[in-house]
Design a protein around this ligand. Structure first.
Ligand code: COA
Ligand code: AMP
Length: 638
């Protein structure tokens, strides 16, 4: 890795000189039904739109064009599921016929261009077929992660108002079977909007009781479609039409519907496969994430297929399915050249197999690079992976909103030297500044809010689903001329970006983004709770885990441990197991400033065992001792 041999600086400078020319050239790698009228239209949308007037189809670029160009026999998708003991390969040709069929099935249910379809599915091939089938017929998919509870699903149903929901009878979490149908039924009961149809994939581990009139059996519907030789064609859509909505945590309990369009998404993702990840068409790529997250959307499904790669869909965990060698086994079995996952997965592997003994059982000769994202890659994890894998281990930073990397180490252009703790350098398309509260650009090495100059590059979200105002307020209002990432950090003299923390109440648990504000809403809804605060505290495995502090209403004299258990159960029930909320601590009072603001930062420092000083504005210093003592009884803090 040598800065002098990397093409990065030249390529980034080329983009700076002529952003539109840069993306116009990248757009030549996409098959358009009609070429864009303008590469960038500054007057369209909120901050301008990419590839205005272009007519295209995302599914065509992911599948059809590869079949047309002779990749029909090449593996497109490898389903590897240790939890069901299954390995299955789908060629591009087979993927095409599955997606054509499912597209036809959706059309028969009345789904057309612009209609929304919710997917609440485990990591099975049908989830990938479904995303692509929606893209094929111009429908807008919205995938909801399986670890969310019924209420969260209901919120998304109300916002996206889907015509159809695609689901499965169950998910498999290691050895546990999680029935989905009760969650789906409850969500539809809670939601004001009622979808007309649900298509349910029955899995043998737990068959669902189908609701007559509403539910249809996926396989029977498929057989019917096969028998009648049904098919569907790629529907031309505008580059600026939405491809999908993906909900992500905002600062309240109401999630944000991040919209992705078709044209910019294809151009940016295709570019990233070659130049950021350094992967070639025909090679095997694996993103160890879930289709419910943005990483899964972009790098399990879309980008590798746009690029003509083989993508691995892994239904399992880094440990326990069956052991900490699972990731090496998948890489060896399928000849994976690059893996993209979250640091937490590697912390889990390292914890179980600190000397990476299991790695020695597998042939990883094809393996070239490990990419980490979703949370800051802690240096010990990177060093451990480097030591054992003996390949570049590259952190990169991005968000659901951006859809692809903001800052990373572009292996495809020649990797730059790794600096531990840094996500590396801005990708073309992103002009990153560090600013203070007055929007003044900060000098090198000074921490501040990380912002991106408008316009955002192709692939980034143009707005929030039917919430242009919330988009403006949340992202554009605070720092005029910029997109607010809500991450804080700094830039060093070489232009490397260091992402240190969020500036809002979002926490990152095992690479999953969660709102503590949303959790506080749930805690506050408990009958006995007068006041509460939720914050993320350090966790060796998951990076951070939520911890709730509750003050009980006067007169409540039920045992604290009983109430705390109820609170834990309530969060699981209202938000879902993914929140990993396992710790509620009853305290007599919460520490506040004299103006009444809860001193979350100080509580967090005490819980994390970090050095802290008494805030000058504190109302009553004795409260911090009380909190410290309460934490100790729960095994938290030093
Ligand atoms: N459906 C239902 N439940 C789910 C689920 C799903 N799709 N995904 C997770 N859950 C449940 C888990 O079973 C767990 O439940 P529990 O509290 O009853 O044990 C809970 O949600 C928390 O899940 P998670 O945070 O993933 O913890 P874990 O202990 O199961 O696994 C890791 C820990 C580190 C192995 C796991 O988080 C991992 O592999 N992370 C990779 C990161 C990743 O995929 N990031 C996405 C962005 S790149
Ligand atoms: P999500 O939208 O779920 O992808 O989460 C995005 C958030 O995760 C970012 O705003 C960061 O806070 C955090 N994040 C993701 N990748 C990184 C990284 N490489 N380094 C530091 N933080 C990261």
């Amino acid at each position: 890795m040598d800065a002098s041999t990397s093409r990065y600086r030249d390529v980034y400078a080329r983009w700076q000189r002529d952003p539109e020319g840069f993306w116009r050239e990248a757009a030549a790698d996409i098959d358009w039904f009609e070429k864009p009228v303008e590469t960038f239209d500054p007057d369209a949308g909120i901050y301008g739109r990419w590839f205005s007037g272009g007519v295209c189809n995302t599914c065509y670029n992911a599948i059809d064009r590869h079949v047309a160009k002779g990749r029909g026999q090449q593996a497109a998708l490898i389903y590897d599921s240790p939890v069901t003991n299954t390995k299955q390969t789908f060629t591009y040709g087979r993927l095409l016929s599955e997606v054509q069929l499912l597209g036809a099935m959706l059309r028969d249910f009345g789904v057309g261009k612009g209609d929304r379809v919710i997917l609440y599915m485990p990591m099975v091939p049908e989830a990938v077929f479904a995303m692509l089938a929606c893209a094929r017929i111009g429908a807008i998919h919205s995938v909801v992660f399986g670890g969310f509870a019924a209420k969260e699903l209901a919120t998304r149903i109300n916002d996206a108002t889907p015509k159809v929901i695609l689901s499965a009878s169950c998910g498999l979490e290691g050895a546990r079977v999680i029935p989905y149908e009760p969650l789906l039924d409850e969500a539809i009961k809670l939601a004001g909007h009622k979808p007309e149809t649900c298509l349910i994939l029955q899995r043998p581990q737990c068959e669902a009781q189908l609701t007559p009139g509403r539910d249809h059996d996926w396989r029977k519907t498929w057989e019917h479609a096969v028998n009648y030789a049904k098919t569907s064609e790629c529907v031309p859509v505008l580059a600026t039409d939405p491809l999908y909505i993906l909900y992500t945590s905002g600062t309240t309990g109401i999630p944000k519907g991040v919209v992705r369009d078709n044209g910019g998404h294809m151009v940016a993702l295709k570019w990233s496969m070659q130049y950021l990840y350094g992967v070639n068409p025909g090679e095997v790529w694996w993103s160890g994430s879930d289709v419910g997250w943005v990483v899964g959307h972009s790098y399990i499904v879309y980008a590798p297929l746009f690029h003509g790669c083989t993508t691995v869909l892994y239904e399992g965990k880094p440990v326990g399915t069956p052991d900490a060698g699972a990731f090496w086994r998948v890489c060896a079995d399928h000849g994976v050249v690059s893996l993209f996952t979250a640091p937490t997965a590697f912390r889990a592997i390292r914890k179980e197999d600190p000397d990476a003994k299991l790695l020695k059982q597998y042939d990883l000769s094809k393996f070239r690079a490990l990419f980490l994202a979703g949370e800051r890659a802690d240096p010990p994890t990177i060093q451990w992976a480097e030591e054992h894998l003996k390949v570049p281990v590259l952190d990169h930073w991005w968000q659901t909103e951006t859809g692809w990397c903001i800052a990373g180490n572009p292996l495809g252009l020649g990797a730059l030297p790794v600096k531990y703790g840094s996500a590396c350098v801005p990708m073309p398309g992103y002009a990153i500044d560090i600013v203070d509260e007055a929007n003044k650009v900060q000098p090198v090495n000074k921490i501040g809010s990380i912002v991106v100059k408008l316009p955002l590059p192709p692939g980034n979200f143009p707005t929030l689903w039917q919430q242009d105002e919330r988009f403006q307020e949340s992202y554009l209002a605070e720092f005029p001329g910029y997109y607010k990432t809500a991450d804080a950090g700094y830039k060093d003299a070489d232009g490397y970006i260091y992402v240190m923390s969020r500036t809002d109440d979002i926490i990152n648990v095992a690479g999953h983004r969660l709102s503590t504000g949303g959790m506080e809403e749930v805690l506050a809804s408990h009958q006995d709770v007068a006041e509460c605060a939720v914050l993320g505290i350090k966790d060796e495995l998951k990076g951070e885990v939520p911890c709730g502090f509750i003050v009980l209403k006067a007169g409540v004299n039920r045992p604290h441990d009983v109430i705390e258990k109820e609170i834990v159960a309530l969060v699981r029930d209202k938000i879902g197991p993914v929140a990993a909320f396992k710790l509620a601590i009853t305290v007599a009072r919460l520490p506040k400033t004299r103006s009444g603001k809860i001193l979350r930062g100080t509580i967090k420092k005490i819980a994390d065992g970090d050095a802290w000083t008494m805030p000058a504005t504190i109302d009553d210093p004795a409260i911090l001792d009380e909190i410290g003592a309460a934490m100790k009884t729960h095994g938290v803090g030093s």
